[in-house]
Every structure is written in structure tokens, then in C-alpha cells.
Ligand binder design. Sequence first.
Ligand SMILES: Nc1nc2c(c(=O)[nH]1)N[C@H]1C(S)=C(S)[C@@H](COP(=O)(O)O)O[C@H]1N2
Ligand SMILES: [Mo]
Length: 443
Amino acid sequence: MKRRTRTPDDHNQAEQVAGNGLLHRRALLGTAALGVVGAGLGPNATGAAAEQLVEPPWGLQAGNDTPPYQTPSKFAKNVVRSLSNPKFEPRSSLSRTPHHLLEGATTPNGLHFTINHTGIPDIDPAAHRFLIHGLVKRPLVFTLDSLLRYPLTSRPAFVECGGNSAPLFSPKPIQADLQALHGLASCAEWTGVKLSHLLEECGIDPSAKWFIAEGADAPHLMRSVPLSKGLDDAMIALYQNGEPLMPGNGFPMRLLLPGWEGNLNIKFLRRIKLVTEPAMSFWESQVYTEPMPEGKTGGKAYQFTFINEVKSFITRPSPGLDLKQPGIYEISGIAYSGRGKIAKVMISADGGRSWADAALQAPVMSKAFTRFRLPWRWSGGPVILQSRAWDDQGYYQPTRAEFIAARGELDAVPSVMAFKNHHINAVTSWAVDQHGMVKHAYA
Ligand SMILES: Nc1nc2c(c(=O)[nH]1)N[C@H]1C(S)=C(S)[C@@H](COP(=O)(O)O)O[C@H]1N2
Ligand SMILES: [Mo]
């Protein structure tokens, strides 16, 4: 495609490209293109003459001391995860990422979602051992220190629980915020040792086709993984966004299987055993399974669903982030695919009748969050906002109707832990009413 240069015409053109005020993504190049250049203002700035610059107290005295590890401003104290088990009862503990309060494509470590089925173990890295055994020529034991002597690599990757977005299985749209609906997915830059490297050192027996990975926490969570994934992009991750893994995310080491269902990414990793067949463990046979459409199959389930399929959602606006007045807004959101890179995101403001191409924030990385944006002029009427993503492997995010057609009627009581409610990637809709209030809707 040819590079487009801006013409003087752009200055007064904020070209509407789809219904209900969606503007061409090139308007993102500047407020000039939004047609507000005459006023000399961005969409929401007020004139400098209206208010005199006063000297606030923080400009008149020295500030606070510097902590060894900094935490966010007290004025950003609402930017936190929501907890499913705040009293720490004896059950799984989930924490959800506040996507509606974040920007960019990286989830800060303190806000990465977590699922820990028996709490967060307090692992002393000096005492932790990681073993590779089974169908190998030379079983080996690794410590954190010994792993740090191997070549390290870094890559961004999202992790998404198979139960993320489970509320969308409800037959009526559950009125909850984005964090509650899609908060079980996060994206970080992970650094560690490629698993293929360690497997080659152990010497793979030709009869090995799968491996079983097991955690060191109390449930010894165990999953079977095809060996081909272990030899592809699997990593023993030691660092998360540049610092040692967070305790809730697997300190001191975890299995990272980019693009594959969260549960397979075994944290507190203590063992990888090469085998000929999957173990059919509790987690792969009872919990993270996916039923085939009922009636057609008599209640059968797919044996394995490893890949997190392409998904997107709009983070701003979203429930709780109501629009104060008509005017120009930027629609912002996240898209990702467990198969590769995001190729395209489209946005609709009229419930799917017309669509506009969103701008993708570069660099677009494989199996990682991609931020998308589009300018929008809200005229003050009711609209339905939707986003829809395509990946570079030819897969696209289904509409709700397409998803139901493929998976059968959605009659489940949504719960992350229930057998039926996994792997939903249908389009999410936000209904904005004439007062600017944003609600979860089905369209
Ligand atoms: N050892 C161990 N690994 C685990 C879990 C666990 O409880 N223990 N939870 C799994 C689940 S259900 C998910 S979705 C992912 C979540 O990874 P995160 O907590 O780093 O976001 O970790 C998986 N790995
Ligand atoms: Mo999960």
C-alpha cells in the first residue's frame, strides 16, 4: 500500500467512514484533522484565557522521599485488580486485570491477572528444583541459578484463562464492567530459557510425543502438552516485564506456552515428564473442556482445546466510563490471537451494520496484545459499539450469532470453573444511551 501524505484538505476533514460518527483512522494523526484546528483546541481542552495558571502546593515545597520499590500515586489507587476470594476461603483465588483503566499493550506486573487454586506458595528459589525426566536419554535437574547460565530470550505474550469472558455465556447480558467480563487475560514481556534448548540437552527419546508439566504448589496442577509445542515457542519464564516473576504468576519459574490456554502455563514449575500419551489429568478432562453443540453429538466434548482464538474488546468507553457530553472521543481497545499476529480490527457504532478500520498500534507482535484505536464523534444519541478482530492466520472473531451457531445454545449459568463455560471469543457490545451511560448489551 502506498504511504499517504497529508493534504491541506485533511485539516477540515474528519471523514466519517461508518455509521454513528466513526471517523477515518488517519484523523488520529492530529487534532487538526478532526476539524477543531480553527478553535486551536483538542477535543476537550478549554481556552487558556478562561483560567489563570496558579501555583499549586506541590510547586512550593520539596516532595516526598523515594521508596526503594515505587508504587502508583495515591490518586491512582482505584487502578487495582478485583478479587474473587478476598477472605481467602479454601477455594481458587482469581484476580482480574482492570483493562478499562489501563492503556498500551503491556499489563503492569502488579495488575497481571492471577488464578491460583490453593493460594500463592512462598517458594525459596534456592530450595526449588525443576526436573526434566521420562522419555529422555539424560534426566536433568535445574535450579534457578543453573537456568540463568543458559541463553535467555524475551518475547511478549498474553496469558488468558480458558474461563475468561465466561459471563458472555449468560443468555442475558450480565451488567458488569470490563474487568469482570474480560479481566482474566493479561500481557507481559517474558524472559527465560527456551524449553527446546533444555529438551535437546536431555536428549529426546523418539517415542516421546507429549510432556506432562507439574507445579510445585499444593494442587500439583498438571497438564499434558504435545511435544511439538515444547519444541516450538515454549519457554521456562523467569522474568516478567524485566523483573523476577511475581509470586502470583509463578515465581521462581513457570511454563510459558504463548497463545495457549492459561491453565497449561504451569506456574511454580517443578517437573516436565516426556511421555507417549496425554495423562488425561483432572484439569484437562474435567475442567477446561469444551462441549460440542448439544443435540448434534449427544453431549460430547472436544478432547483438547489448546489455542486461545482471536478476540478483541473495547476498553474505552466501557461500562463505568460514561461519556460526559457529545463530541470527539477516542475508542481504544485490545485485540489478540493465540495463533499469530492481529491483522485487522474493525469497529462498529451501529450494532454491526457498518464497520470502520481501526488503527493498530505498532509494533504488532505475535500472540501478544495489540492496542487499537479509532476517533469517534458521538452526537449524543444511543449507539452500540463493537469491535471485531482478524488474525494473520485467516481466523476472525465470530459475532455472537456465529458463536452460538457453532457452539449451541448458551444456556449455562456462567462460572469460570464450570465445564461448559470455556473459550468464548464472540464480539462484545457496549450500548451507549442518550445520556452517555455505557452498558453491556447483546446485539
Ligand atoms: N502451579 C499452578 N499453575 C497454574 C495455576 C495454579 O493454580 N497452579 N493456575 C492456572 C490457571 S487456571 C491459569 S488461567 C494460569 C494463570 O496464569 P497467571 O496467574 O500468571 O495469570 O495459570 C495456570 N497455572
Ligand atoms: Mo485458568
